[in-house]
Design a protein around this ligand. Sequence first.
Ligand code: ATP
Ligand code: MG
Length: 184
Amino acid sequence: MRIRRLDIVGFKSFMDKTVIAFDDGVTGVVGPNGCGKSNVADSIRWVLGEQSARHLRGRSMEDVIFNGSESKPPLSMAEVMLTFVNDRPSELPPQYQGFGEITVGRRLFRTGESEYLVNGVQARLLDVNDIFFGSGVGRTAYSIIEQGRIGQIVSARPEDRRAIIEEAAGITKYKKRREAAERK
Ligand code: ATP
Ligand code: MG
């Protein structure tokens, strides 16, 4: 699964609709301090289902919605859409295997309402998780290496480091399925 593009509206510092195309070979985001690099990484983690406001460097989830600036009023909704090239259809849940691209989306309104979308259709967080288990892409996976993450990996407890390696090896999804089966 390769990221093709990221569409952001109203998320953190991205008030205007912002499209970032990840053409072949793009592996990093660089720019001056405070320009929004970490916000790009946060938006990817958020659309993949991040539930912790703190992990997104906020106090409450509402903090991801554009909060206004000197000249612009706050917005009432944040929306992020992340599009992947489906280059390994057989690894996806059957209902998504036929799509050449998969777009996952998440919206949050100041009223508290929120939703997930997969290819424009309302979905559950569970559906989004199912798409990415074992792909290395999920919200806690190693595909997004943000500031401080290398240091964290190096100094992680052995069992936490093992989880990263298991995800890379494609074992996580089988573990999750076994855990789910044992709960039933
Ligand atoms: P550095 O190089 O210092 O790590 P960065 O490029 O990673 O910087 P970010 O942390 O992504 O920068 O962006 C910080 C900016 O985002 C700040 O100016 C902050 O005010 C702005 N910001 C964060 N949340 C919101 C929000 N909800 N509404 C408006 N602006 C926001
Ligand atoms: Mg940063």
